[in-house]
Design a protein. Structure first.
Length: 261
């Protein structure tokens, strides 16, 4: 198992501290939240990007993904979304990250219009992603919470450099059974975001295995050699327990679920 965590769980933490935490907790990778309020974002210049690469390499930790906030199904001008996608793709390439995470963000548009916008923009970005060796992954989120929603868009793009991130909480809250979500997303899957929460209507993050989410059912059909990233949403829940003290136990919990089949 390749276990990672998202810097959403340790907001604002310096890169050196992030990689030390990963090493201490036995994590092989980190999903970097690419927001301007974080240490790593598309505004970094070349020497700053090289320094990030050096710090990860020295610790033997991988940059799993650049978690961007481009909303590919959003209403409005295509060029603005294209520019954001390209900046994220080139940041990932410079950091040696194989993936860029993006959101749908379709809002209240009719499904067909939102899907068409997302597929059009992802299709254009796919050519740049292919040139740089990066895959752009659409997360099941907001207007497209179920695996069926994301699979519909990614299938329409039909490009190997566009795939999916499976956020297990959003598909569960949407009422989709984990085995169905996996079946729909498996052909496109880059990695899985594992998490746990207090309840279907209470998304307060809790330690893995301590909440209501059926994480065992989500993990059961997955490739045990794949990437599992704990997206602990401390950034949005400041009263939640601190992630560093939970990381090693969270990794062990997922390992146990995989071993149990």
């Amino acid at each position: 198992m390749k276990f990672a965590f998202s810097t959403l769980g340790v907001p604002g933490t310096a890169v050196g501290d992030v990689v030390r935490l990963a090493g201490e907790a036995g994590c092989r990778g980190v999903e970097l939240r690419a927001h301007p309020e974080e240490p790593v974002h598309p505004g970094l210049v070349a020497h700053e990007r090289r320094q990030v690469v050096r710090e990860f390499a020295a610790a033997g930790v991988e940059v799993l993904s650049v978690a961007g906030y481009a909303r590919v199904a959003a209403e409005g001008d295509d060029d603005t979304v294209y520019e954001e996608l390209y900046r994220l793709i080139h940041l990932a390439a410079d950091l040696g990250a194989p993936f860029v995470r993006v959101f749908p963000g379709g809002g209240e548009q009719p499904r067909e219009r939102a899907d068409a916008a997302a597929a059009r923009r992802l299709g254009a970005a796919a050519e740049v992603a292919a040139e740089t060796g990066v895959r752009v992954l659409l997360e099941n989120h907001d207007s497209h919470p179920a695996g069926a929603d994301v699979a519909r868009v990614v299938a329409a793009v039909g490009h190997p450099h566009v795939g999916a991130v499976w956020d297990v909480m959003h598909s569960w809250r949407a009422g989709e059974e984990p085995v169905r979500t996996h079946g729909l997303l498996a052909p496109y899957l880059g990695y899985v975001q594992v998490k746990d929460c207090a309840g279907r209507d209470d998304t307060t993050p809790v330690p893995l295995g301590a909440g209501a989410l059926p994480l065992g059912a989500c993990v059961a059909p997955l490739d045990p050699d794949g990437w599992f990233c704990w997206e602990y949403e401390k950034r949005w829940y400041p009263d939640a327990p601190e992630l560093p003290a939970l990381l090693a136990a969270g990794r062990a919990h997922v390992e146990g679920l995989l071993a149990a089949g």
